[in-house]
Design a protein around this ligand. Sequence first.
Ligand code: GRF
Length: 198
Amino acid sequence: MSKARVAILLSGGGSNMEALLASMQGDHPGRPCLVLSNDPKAGGLVKAAARGVPVAAVDHRAFAGDRLAFEAALMRPLIDAAPDIICLAGFMRVLSADFVSHWAGRMLNIHPSLLPKYRGLHTHARALAAGDKEHGCSVHEVTAELDGGPILGQARVPVLEGDTPDDLAARVLVMEHALYPAVLRRFADGDKRPVLLG
Ligand code: GRF
């Protein structure tokens, strides 16, 4: 059985990317084929290259707000890498419906909230402001609706007295690194049953 080709898109340090790369060993059904960023200086690109994974960058700033031109450029290294699955892992650009539809059913994202709560940004501060007693992260299929696709996994963490948004983000990030690899493994095996942790 050939392995699924997995491309990872990121914008920053890539701790989720690192967790995904570390998981794709042995009998895991996936193998990385590309790590791609919208920022040529993204720390995750250096980490991926150090692990021997092909990397590429398309600087969104070079397209001065022309999202379609940026996405056309972003599509090229992806088409060349021919991924079976794309994992968005801290990829901070909103993708158009056209771009997403090209990869329909094959693109995943990790979001730092218990979706459908807190789509969008500043999720930890919003959970604290709401007085939530628990919080967490979700992996979902990417659709045209921002943070709105079918849930493939969730991990829960407690909200503790005195938590700051950074405290909560750190607690959630630990669970992200467990959840995303578990979801990718199951998804690459063709199993869409949700992974539930915590
Ligand atoms: C994570 O908190 C993830 O939930 C969000 O962006 C962050 C990415 O962190 N989408 P990293 O680049 O994977 O370390």
